[in-house]
Design a protein around this ligand. Structure first.
Ligand code: NAD
Ligand code: MG
Length: 393
């Protein structure tokens, strides 16, 4: 049977990996829809190659331009625009599988729409899950949606858990590995001066700029621990992060009997993509075979929360019940954008997030309305802190 895909965020780094795998399997995978925010040229090329039924963009002017170009090239794709179009595409009967690969909070509503419609969801957009937590998990469970993580660590854990009955009793803890990012060994007192390009130069993975900065601050690992909490229904005390600079072991599960299962491979997103697309079968991914003899050793160490305060902030939010996680994610998005735009220093990112968390009103409810209100409030506070940090540069 052919699997029809909607790829949300198809022009990004994850989107590239997804379409690379799709192109290898024309008999079993078909693109129903694609979406992009600003990179319209790239979306145009993707539409020419995959000839989807629909393509969704954010700006009306882009939609008009893209539609005209596609018509001229005889490509039968209908161009749509805006968040409502993304949400209806995500629940359309013509899509069997929705790949959630938009970055940040912008992906929340379309991903939730896919969950509501009971789709198979390939989840890369961790911010959507971190923000909405219980709302997302309950919506997906009630509608019978199947969520398969694309985030390499969570995909690894998902694979290690195959065949495990009674997850809560059988699993002692999860170990998420982290590369440590580009500043793992850099003197802490020089971090204030690093540039966006230095922060985005990840040693092992090639990714979008926002997640690359998150790896450099280790907020990424903090968000991933919260993501693991929701995906695998385990408390914070049973989820651990270890620095593993070689990025070969993608994560591990420690079982009650002290058996440890790990998933290994080269750091290439096409591996979790192929796994999730073919699940429960397997398909070729294009990833280079792993040559373990190439490494001097595989090493593991505890992360230093002093050096990476963002990780500590995320762990605190989870320990407090994760009710403030939408604020954590929103403030981080605002701060990272300001850092990438050279308005604040690298070391200001954790300050902006911390100060925002201190000032928000933590909601007592956890419905979608409360999540969106918290996101809004946190962005407002974070922008103000960005402004103040910017003045002190
Ligand atoms: P990216 O910046 O390369 O791509 C982001 C995509 O989202 C683009 O297609 C862009 O057009 C779209 N987009 C951005 N803002 C939008 C908006 N306001 N409205 C609609 N669309 C918008 O990012 P990425 O590295 O591909 O990451 C995507 C998501 O996957 C992130 O949540 C990230 O944390 C997660 N993730 C990425 C990787 C990786 O290897 N890149 C690994 C694990 C998880
Ligand atoms: Mg990851």
């Amino acid at each position: 049977m052919v699997q029809r895909l909607l790829v949300l965020g198809s022009t990004g780094s994850v989107g590239d990996s997804v379409l690379d795998v799709v192109a290898r399997h024309p008999a079993s995978l078909m693109v129903y829809g694609l979406s992009a925010h600003r990179r319209i040229d790239k979306l145009y090329q993707q539409c020419r190659q995959f000839r989807p039924a629909i393509a969704v963009v954010s700006e009306p002017q882009h939609a008009i331009e893209l539609q005209a170009h596609l018509l001229a090239a005889d490509v039968p794709t209908q161009v749509l625009c805006g968040v409502e179009a993304l949400c209806s595409a995500a629940s359309a009967p013509d899509a069997d599988t929705v790949v959630a690969a938009i970055v940040g909070a912008a992906g929340l509503l379309p991903t939730l729409s896919a969950a509501q419609a009971g789709k198979k969801i390939l989840l890369a957009n961790k911010e959507a899950l971190v923000m909405s937590g219980a709302v997302f998990i309950e919506t997906a469970a009630n509608a019978g949606a199947v969520v398969i993580p694309l985030d390499s660590e969570h995909n690894a854990i998902f694979q290690c858990l195959q065949g495990c009955q009674g997850m809560l009793e059988g699993v002692e803890r999860l170990i998420l590995t982290a590369s440590g990012g580009p500043f793992r060994n850099r003197p802490a007192d020089s971090l204030a001066d690093v540039t966006p390009d230095q922060a985005c130069a990840h040693p092992n993975w090639s990714m979008g700029r926002k997640i690359s900065v998150d790896c450099a601050t280790m907020m990424n690992k903090g968000l991933e621990i919260i993501e693991a909490h929701w995906l695998f229904n385990l408390p914070a005390s049973r989820i651990q992060a270890l620095i593993h600079p070689q990025s070969v072991v993608h994560s591990m599960v420690v079982f009650r009997d002290q058996s440890v299962m790990a998933q290994l491979g080269n750091p290439d997103m096409r591996m979790p993509v192929a796994h999730a697309l073919a699940y429960p079968q397997r398909m070729e991914s294009g990833v280079e075979p792993l040559d373990l003899t190439r490494f001097d050793g595989l090493t593991f160490e505890h992360p230093d929360v002093e050096r990476f305060p963002c990780l500590g902030l995320a762990l605190q939010v989870l320990a407090d019940g994760a009710r403030a996680s939408a604020a954590l994610s929103a403030a981080n998005e605002v701060a990272v954008e300001a850092f990438l735009g050279r308005r604040i220093r690298f070391t200001h990112i954790s300050q902006v997030v911390e100060q925002t968390l201190q000032e928000i009103d933590v909601p007592t409810q956890s419905d979608l309305e409360a999540v969106l209100a918290l996101d809004h409030q946190a962005r407002r506070l974070a922008r103000e802190h960005v402004r103040l940090c910017g003045l002190s540069r």
